[in-house]
Design a protein around this ligand. Sequence first.
Ligand code: BG6
Length: 484
Amino acid sequence: MVSRVIPVDAFDLVIFGGTGDLARRKIFPGLYRRYLAGQMTAESRIIGAARAELTDIAFREMIAAAIDEFVPKERIDAATVAGFLERISYVPIDAKGDSGWAPLRAKMRPSIVRAFYFSVAPSLFGDLAERLHAHDIADKSSRIVVEKPFGRDLASAKALNSTLADHFREDQIYRIDHYLGKETVQNLMAVRFANILFEPLWKSEYIDHVQITVSETVDVEGRGAYYDKSGAMRDMVQNHMMQLLCLIAMEPPYHFDPNAVRDEKLKVIRALETVPSENIVRGQYLAGGGDGSYLEHSENPASKTESYIALKVNIANWRWKGTPFYLRTGKKLRARASEIAITFKAPPHSIFDDVQGARENVLVIRLQPNEGMNLIVMIKEPGPGGMRLMQVPLDMAFADALGEHSEDIPDAYERLIMDVIRGNQTLFMRGDEVEAAWAWADPVISGWEARGDKPQGYDPGSSGPEDALMLMHRDGRRWREIKG
Ligand code: BG6
């Protein structure tokens, strides 16, 4: 298999919030890897912009340290790092004032792709957008990249969209959901739309239910203040899990084209039914294993924020009527693993007597770690003694299928930033999609707030609160065991 790296056009990329955590952890290490791979060419320039008064040299030292910390040792090549750093400079800038903008403008080159990454608090989006235009830095072909959280409800998301729309067209705005940049998440579309095998069965007639799990072992990781205002619903479900659900549930787009794909996702979101309280389980981790509880990490000792949520979601359309989607995600759980499991119905009639145990096929798509696909099929139990059936996995790890090239797979941020430069919005959320997702999430959240529901405690290292098991058991189903 040949790994194909197609260099992108030369660019000037400005990273507002260039000294921040995301820039250090993801953006710069990702860009370095693309430079190493030959995708970012030597003609490109990256300009860090933030409040701190730093020289180019001090900023480059900071980026060198970030590469050292966040890029695996075997990918660090001193000469390549030096070459990459030469392409980086820094401008101290005042997002709310006028200082720094003229020097920034002086750095921008004509006739080169211009992109501006807003790796800053959403409250600054408007200031940045306005000044980019006032100082004649952004033009009609410039792109801006914005991060989640994109609002915390429908009203705030609309306000953000309209602020951005005052200065940029929708086709210039790249809203990142890093889940869409994950290789296996894109594989969902390849599996569904490049194979004839699954699509005829991809409907409620043949699919009993779908489980989407994003299980994390980490706690709120020093982000207690942000997280306590979000909780798992806003932090994971409204965005990442919603995107996964859409890719599983959407109709085939007519083409792999940004608007065709996003139109189909939008239709799914709009078809989601409001979730009644009996289909929601929220949890909060307790203390255990020497670690403090959620409440100890939070600044609010009476917090009712959920660090775990499980939901049964119904989609009101022809394809999915009667096939529930069960979603669950949480922190401080037993394993770090994300997967989607599509459980098919048992055959309508069995020609075999005495069939013991489960009879259904399951397609499991493992998103992380150990990315791959597993199709569980029924076979005859080997050996004499009559016809007995058993379930066996047809298990494929992508690393085995891809061999040595599995290491060349870019991480989500690398891919998404390159897509910005290429001008491809397929893997970015459109404004109407984000608003529709909030329109669905808002009544769910306001419902539990109005009821004053408290999350159920769960032990760290467990698989979540007891009630989440009941959500499945009462439907005669069970969660798959999640192994890291
Ligand atoms: C982020 C959330 O968007 O995604 C975090 O804010 C979460 O709380 C993270 O831990 C999970 O991402 P990944 O790529 O590690 O699954």
